[in-house]
Design a protein around this ligand. Structure first.
Ligand code: SAH
Length: 395
């Protein structure tokens, strides 16, 4: 059987149940014929420790499937893992109110490399690793049976695929091609989603719980939604009686869908202003014009794509947080986020603390936020927690 033999002492990595083995921990690889196939992971002295998928081109050389070395890694194995991911969602999603959710969250659902998001009648998959790619056909069959969704679309157009030397793939895996915009409901609000070319698999599903929390803060408030994308937070703000909503995004395509999201909910756009521009510049302009808001949302894209970009990213986060604090009315609220995995919760807190000091305002953190419940974090996989947020009162 194909095997990966670890360097001396590295078996502790497997004992910690972290699902990754980096290439630096490997002494030798034996009998591997195909990228992504199942290997047995052995200690230096030959003890069998786990089964995993080999990635021949990535620094993450093995992603663990099971710590039971007698487990058969086959269709039935994936069927059970997928079933247990679905059962978690059955417990946490009210499908009468929400038909857009993440049903399989890769490592944290014990299926490393597989993301599956549901958008009404469509499922969208990302096969991020060689192991997930190896089992793709079987996984698609299981999803068709278990999700009761016949239309499956692939959005394997992520950076992680290039690290695995896997080609980008976008297209229909099963059933019908999605329309240009699919209509879904989230907490009974309607959203149009571009599955085929929107960000991620089309929508920032991970912010659902935070959008709901925002609803409690917006009544009669002037709201500034920075990095609005298609208006996730803005639709909630309107539905909960915000006084006005100003959206900033650099993408005209996103703002166009945002406007359509207002229409599809039968919301008037009277109190809505859309600004196509760079948030850094627009916030500076507002500061110079002394234009202020009661509530500001900062949900920027990932500023740190790698560990080497942490310092630059930290400066970016500090910049926008400082500007936002300066243009908040006294007693206003800041919803501030970072989705960079490389920026830890502690560092993000420090960035916001530093911005608070420089702003000369008194800032109280009143809530700590994270990704929605359908994006679980496996306890042995801290990297799974990437979305961090703070709600601050700025006095
Ligand atoms: N809050 C959104 C998701 C934000 S995604 C939601 O809940 O759906 C980040 C968005 O920032 C993207 O729409 C992207 O177009 C936009 N963006 C990236 N850099 C920007 C910049 N410098 N200025 C303005 N918008 C930017």
């Amino acid at each position: 059987m194909p095997a990966v033999i670890l360097k001396k002492g590295k078996e502790r990595l497997v004992h910690s149940k972290h699902p990754w083995i980096f290439s630096g921990a490997i002494e030798k690889i034996e009998n591997v014929k195909q990228n992504g196939e199942t290997v047995v992971v052995k200690s230096f002295d030959g003890k069998e420790l786990a089964l995993g998928a080999i990635s021949l081109h990535s620094q993450i050389a093995v992603r663990i499937w099971s710590y039971d070395v007698n487990q058969k890694i086959d269709e039935d194995f994936f069927s059970k893992r997928i079933q247990s991911a679905i059962e978690l969602r059955n417990k946490i999603i009210d499908y009468n109110q929400t038909n857009v959710y993440r049903v399989i969250n890769s490592e944290s659902d014990l299926i490393p490399g597989l993301i599956t998001d549901v958008y009404g009648d469509f499922a969208v998959c990302q096969f991020l690793s060689s192991g997930a790619e190896f089992w793709k056909d079987k996984i698609i069959e299981i999803l068709k049976q278990k999700l009761k969704v016949q239309n499956i679309y692939e959005r394997s157009d992520t950076d992680s695929r290039s690290k695995e030397k896997l080609e980008e793939r976008i297209g229909v895996l099963s059933g019908n091609e999605p329309p240009d915009l699919v209509e879904v409901i989230e907490n009974k609000l309607k959203f149009l989603v571009d599955i085929k070319s929107g960000h991620k698999t089309g929508f920032y599903i991970d912010q659902r719980d935070n959008r709901k929390i925002l609803s409690d803060f917006v009544k009669d408030k002037s709201v500034l939604n920075c990095f609005s994308y298609t208006g996730g937070f803005s639709i909630y703000a309107h539905s909960s009686m915000a006084k006005s909503i100003t959206n900033i995004d650099s993408s005209s395509t996103a703002l166009n869908i945002l406007s359509r999201n207002f229409s599809v909910n039968d919301y008037s756009s009277d109190k809505v202003e859309n600004i196509e521009g760079d948030v850094f510049n627009v916030l500076r302009k507002f500061r110079d014009e002394r234009r202020t808001f009661d509530l500001i949302i900062l949900d920027p894209p990932k500023f740190a794509e790698s560990a080497s970009q942490i310092n630059k990213a930290a400066r970016g986060y500090k910049d926008i947080n400082l500007l936002a604090m300066k243009i908040l009315n006294p007693g206003g609220f800041l919803f501030t986020f970072s989705c960079s995995g490389h920026i830890t919760q502690e560092l993000f807190r420090k960035i916001v603390d530093d911005a608070a000091i420089d702003s000369g305002r008194s800032v109280k953190i009143i809530k700590q936020l994270t990704q929605s419940a359908d994006h679980p974090v496996l306890s042995s996989f801290p990297e799974g927690l990437y979305l961090k947020g703070l709600v601050c009162e700025v006095v």
